[in-house]
Design a protein around this ligand. Sequence first.
Ligand code: TYC
Length: 102
Amino acid sequence: PGGDDGDTNVVIETKTRTKRPPLYKVLLLNDDYTPMEFVVHVLERFFGMNHAQAFEIMLTVHKKGLAVVGVFSHEIAETKVGQVMDFARRHQHPLQCTMEKE
Ligand code: TYC
């Protein structure tokens, strides 16, 4: 009577580590044919740069071969790349835009 009923309450705590979502660099690549003004326009239109910033980044791509034009979540980066590639194709310029995990 009054013995141990064998029913023990056990609380198991697990630690939750919340990972921040990975970020992606959007890169613009140089080529010999896309007009400089077109690239400046792309940077203003799709990356919210002012004219001076856009011109500076365009020149960096022209001289170095490529530059990071922004860092975004996967979904936003994909959208930006799609917008730039679509806009360039519609204007028949060979401009290339890609993304890579940061
Ligand atoms: N190299 C091009 C020219 O001389 C200009 C250019 C800049 C092209 C940046 C693409 O991502 C680019 N007209």
